[in-house]
Design a binder for this molecule. Structure first.
Ligand code: ATR
Length: 299
């Protein structure tokens, strides 16, 4: 981190335009350039965040291009998070644990991989809801990639228990088998099991990591939990960010619970990436505001 700061101070006078961007396959709707470019501007860093769409066979070459002196690194998204993991020189501990990276930092030609989906998720809980996960009981709906990142973060924070409720129970079993230690903290059930109320009413934190409630999906107007299944003293986090207030979040508000919008997970993974690339504090509120404006302009 300190090295990165130094690099900036030395090179800043040369008025180079630093390059950074996102690697992925279908990126036309990516919000990352919107809020990252605002952050660079706010911090007066001469960098441009671009969208880099390409196919799998180009990934290796693209990763190597990140070693150039004017490159800060990149974000990596679906479907390259696991592949890029094998192409960097060094890995941060969390990235090693989860086996996937979403951020690459160029440190004088050496590339280090990080997973800010995990760190950003935990940071959003702490900074948006002042929620300290240690010792807490968590219910997660879903067992895909988003659930996996959330669970890695929560296990590292030493939560008391995690119940994974998924439509396909086998997928939840497979997911928790990836966690070598702490198996006793996990339980699993079907997301449609009646017993879900018992668990949800005892939860300190409920996370929706399914696509239920997502705009333009067949479940757009659905919530996996009704207001009477949500305790007033819990935090409800919906990883779906379109719409900003999902049916689950509406139900949580009706129950009197605190809510965290999915947009925060997206913003905070970006906040952590920005800070790794630049060594500077990210202007979180500006990034969020800009993302919201952009989002609303889409209708
Ligand atoms: P992501 O990487 O965003 O987590 P994913 O891996 O496709 O995306 O996971 C989507 C999650 O939403 C899964 O948990 C999926 O359940 P299954 O594992 O049973 O497929 C869940 N999901 C999607 N549609 C759903 C529905 N109609 N009802 C309940 N769960 C649903």
């Amino acid at each position: 981190m300190i090295l990165t700061v130094k690099k900036f101070e030395i090179n800043y006078k040369r008025n180079d335009l630093y390059q950074v961007g996102i690697f992925g396959e279908k990126l036309s709707h990516s919000l990352s350039p919107v809020f990252q470019n605002v952050a660079f501007k706010y911090c007066q860093i001469p960098a441009l965040y671009e969208v880099w769409e390409f196919s799998k066979d180009e990934l290796h070459e693209r990763v190597n291009l990140l070693r150039k002196p004017n490159s800060l690194g990149a974000n990596v998204t679906i479907p390259y998070k696991e592949l890029a993991y094998d192409m960097v020189d060094d890995l941060d501990e969390t990235a090693k644990q989860i086996g996937a990276i979403n951020t690459i930092v160029n440190n004088s030609g050496k590339l280090k991989g990080y997973n800010t989906d995990v760190s950003g998720f935990i940071r959003s809980l702490k900074e948006i809801a002042s929620f300290d996960p240690t010792g807490k009981n968590v219910l997660i709906l879903g067992a895909g990639g988003a659930a996996r990142a959330a669970i890695f973060g929560l296990v590292n924070e030493k939560v008391n228990s995690i119940t994974v409720a998924n439509r396909t129970v086998d997928r939840a079993v497979k997911l928790i088998n990836d966690f070598g230690v702490d198996q006793e903290i996990f339980s699993i059930l079907s997301v449609y099991d009646e017993k879900i109320s018992e668990i949800s009413l005892r939860a300190d934190l409920i996370i929706n990591a399914t696509s239920v409630g997502m705009k333009h999906s067949s479940m757009e107007f659905e919530s996996l939990l009704s207001p009477d299944q949500i305790p007033a003293n819990c935090v409800v986090y919906d990883i779906v960010y379109n719409p900003l207030i999902t049916p689950l979040l509406k139900n949580a508000q009706e129950a009197g619970a605190e809510i965290i919008q999915g947009l925060w997970m997206l913003i905070f993974q970006g906040v952590d990436s920005f800070e790794l690339w630049t060594g500077k504090s990210a202007p979180v509120q500006n990034m969020y505001q800009k993302a919201m404006e952009h989002f609303k302009s889409l209708g």
